[in-house]
Ligand binder design. Structure first.
Ligand code: PAF
Length: 274
């Protein structure tokens, strides 16, 4: 495995790679969710590249960027263990050359609702860095988890709108045995909060059960979920189509149930794709 830290090295290496490239962009703090993306990339491509970069532009002014978990050595070891070919680990100064750069604007409607309503401007930063990474790495396939459903949808939209020749591969949510969706934020949960956090997957499982029993009224499903989440601090619970429009009836293969619950300062996301 080779670690690349400069744009020049990356471009030189990339020039000579005439094979299929699977790319897994990350902000480090790798967990089994990321590992599942790496495994998928390895399986379906000749070369696998992982980026480890905590992207400052996707954090809002009041969000504590320096508190984001970072352990490069651990992440590198994980990549080595799963036989990643290249790890790209740039610095902020390398990725952002000036404070007056050309900017990418996330779509006005779909990026300022849900996650974007709580974190306005967050998706501008996500798209900015993902486009930079795509331009440098020019992957055949890029792998993203369904847990960040809105991010995945906006990246797919960017690829489509900007005519990028990259396949975006949607990957299933990976969960702990008890149902908690894996997230780099789970380490911030106290024992009590960790226990309460199970209500997220429980409420989504209940929604799944209701849908299997042919319940298709989204209000009924939301109410049943809220009942399970009654003691929790719900930030949003929304049932949308894949374009992120609110819907009143479940549409098979075109529905996402999105949920964010706060535990102290920790926001946990979970969702169900129907
Ligand atoms: O999902 C993430 O970890 C980040 O938003 C991404 C896609 C690596 C961009 O910084």
């Amino acid at each position: 495995m080779k670690i690349i830290t400069t744009i020049e090295d990356l471009q030189n290496i990339r020039k000579n790679l005439n094979k299929s490239i699977g790319f897994v962009p990350t902000m480090g703090a790798l967990h089994s969710g990321h590992i599942s993306l790496i495994k998928k990339a390895k399986l379906n491509n000749d070369i696998t590249i992982v980026s480890l970069f905590i992207n400052p532009t996707q954090f809002l002014a009041h969000e504590d960027l320096s508190a984001y978990p970072k352990d490069d050595l651990r992440d590198i070891n994980i990549c080595e263990q799963y036989k990643v070919d290249y790890v790209f680990m740039p610095t902020k100064e390398i990725m952002y050359q000036s404070t007056d750069e050309v900017l990418i604007k996330a779509p006005k409607l779909s990026s300022y609702i849900l996650e974007g309503a709580t974190r306005p401007g967050h998706f501008d930063g996500v798209l900015q860095i993902v486009l930079k990474l795509f331009n440098l790495i020019r992957p055949t396939n890029a792998y993203f988890g369904k847990k960040d459903a809105q991010q995945l949808s906006l990246i797919s939209k960017m690829v489509k709108n900007l005519f990028l020749a990259i396949n975006i591969i949607e990957c299933e949510i990976i969960r702990e045995e008890d149902g908690l969706a894996l997230s780099s934020r789970n380490i911030y949960l106290s024992k009590e909060q960790r226990k309460n956090a199970l209500t997220l997957s429980q409420s989504l499982n209940n929604a799944k059960k209701l849908i299997l029993q042919n319940e298709n009224n989204t209000k009924t499903i939301v109410n049943a979920m809220k009942n399970i989440l009654k003691d929790q601090d719900i930030e949003y619970l929304s049932i949308v189509d894949r374009e992120f429009n609110e819907i009143s009836k479940i549409q098979k293969n075109n529905t996402i149930i999105l949920l964010v619950v706060r535990f102290g300062n920790t926001r946990l996301l979970d969702n169900l794709w129907v």
